[in-house]
Design a protein. Sequence first.
Length: 286
Amino acid sequence: MRTAPLLAAIFFAVLCMSTASIMIRLCVAPAMVIALYRVAFTTGLAGLIEGRNLRKNVTAIENRDFIYILGAGFFLALHFAFWITSLSYTTVSSSVLFTNLQVVFVLVLSVIFLKEQLNRPMIIGIMVALVGCLFIAGGDLSSGRILGDMLALASGLFVAIYFLIGRNIRPRVGTFTYTFVVSAAAVVILLLGVILGGWSLTGYPALDWVLFFLMALGPGIGGHAILNWSLKYVQAPIVSVSVLGESVGASILAYFIFQEHLLWYQIVGGLLILAGIYTASVYQQS
């Protein structure tokens, strides 16, 4: 495929993903309800895109793979629940940065469970990213935002496990079939959480429902689905690095929409995190 259209598609995907935290902040619904409906609408859209082939493709999934996909859905639900909740306790920039540490978690978990090897640049990148975390966490501790940072960090771990499971399943299952099943599993988990938490499923403003749908259409389908599609044409580390643009885009949008100014430790820590993830991702397949 020609380079220019491909790069334009990746840029568009990152731009879509950058809007997720902004739309979440604009909602008045509880975090768990936002997570539920975002994933529910994503499930519906993936099913519509797959169309008549959906049932055939789902039934063709092997039982072992299906169990793994359900497990991935469980961790996807935890990711959204923790990440969306974190936005109520910390800034957009800190939340997205800590969540994007999922790249580092994937590398570390690959060493532990898949016996993959880390080369020296990857180790240096991970260490630099961790130093950046300490910068931001130390500053946010005195500002009373450490809870949000830790929730975002946990969400990064959960989505890393989700990606690690999906990395082995995706070659055997189509993009939108996988998205449909894994999102449907996440819906069940999140629905149970909403019911147990006593939150209402209805009664939210019309704007919230529009935002629920846009979160699924933009960051969900326009963001993650396009990046998954681009893996057919570019190496995985390039896609991983491109995701870092979400942190930059979300921070810029938060500055103009919510007047969230970056403090010195967020800038220093953020640059270290981005540099560390970039280094680790680039040398992932070296």
